[in-house]
Write a protein that binds this ligand. Structure first.
Ligand SMILES: [Zn+2]
Length: 269
């Protein structure tokens, strides 16, 4: 089996990302799966070279290993950037277009609540038109109803690139936060339309999300929870794993990533 760690380099990795990687490592061990490192860099407006470099320095610092994917930031840019797979995403978008499952939408963030574009027959080739997928056949909640599969800048949207990548690499074990349950449903829906075969049988595991001590959602912009910040302030990997364990409600004597992942599964599954 193959699973993946798939960070987005739009901020420094934080405690919550690391918990997810620990669980991924423990489940990979359980299933005898390999781990692919996949870095989602399509959102070029938010990606920074420093954040790509941070993925490698943080994983190396914490001793978290992977068996497939880029060895370092340079290798990533040369061989694994999502920009190298634009043709694959475009092929999937063409399939959706051929099946008449997409329509163009020119709504802005402000007007999106009143989107009536499905009936407007705007050109799919229009400048700054995003493509929305007709989701009548899927049980998706509000925000993902007719979700965007191609952005206004012509790039594929996250839901599409993520599923195309998983199919491309042969991922069949996906570990992600509970906040992405609907995302999973959206991706399986795309998968049925583009006939991605084996991905239909993927095993998903959705884990609880870490919150900050105040109860707020952990965010990449919040410096004090980034590993980059903690390492710079002298926190050892053992101390960082202990902090994650405590936030996850586990025995805080845990000092390595695999033990943390195993303990999480033992306690919360
Ligand atoms: Zn619209």
């Amino acid at each position: 089996m193959l699973t993946r760690m798939a960070p987005t380099p739009s901020g420094y990795l934080h405690l919550g990302n690391i918990l997810s990687f620990c669980i991924t490592a423990a489940l990979a061990e359980e299933h005898g799966a390999s781990i692919l490192l996949r870095i989602d860099d399509l959102d070029q407006g938010r990606v920074r070279p420093a954040y790509i470099a941070d993925v490698f320095s943080t994983l190396n610092y914490l001793g978290i290993t992977w068996q497939q994917g880029p060895l370092d930031a340079g290798d990533f840019i040369r061989r694994y950037s999502q920009l190298k797979r634009l043709g694959l995403y475009q092929a999937a978008l063409n399939t959706l277009r051929d099946k008449k499952m997409v329509y163009a939408c020119d709504c802005t963030r402000k007007t999106i609540g009143h989107c009536r574009c499905r009936n407007r027959k705007l050109s799919l080739d229009g400048l700054h038109h995003q493509w929305r997928l007709i989701t009548d056949g899927a049980a998706l909640d509000g925000s993902l109803k007719d979700f965007v599969v191609r952005r206004k800048d012509g790039f594929p949207a996250y839901q599409l690139s993520s599923v195309v990548d998983d199919v491309h690499f042969g991922v069949n074990l996906v570990v992600r936060g509970e906040d992405l349950r609907q995302s999973t449903a959206a991706q399986l829906y795309i998968c049925d339309l583009v006939e991605c075969g084996a991905f239909r049988n993927v095993v998903f595991y959705h884990h609880r999300l870490l919150t900050e001590p105040g109860g707020e959602k952990m965010s990449k912009s919040a410096g004090a929870v980034s590993i980059h910040y903690l390492a710079a302030h002298g926190h050892t990997p053992a101390r960082i794993f202990a902090a994650i364990a405590k936030l996850a409600g586990l025995d805080n004597g845990i000092t390595d990533h695999l033990a943390l992942g195993r303990e999480y599964l033992r306690y919360w599954r």
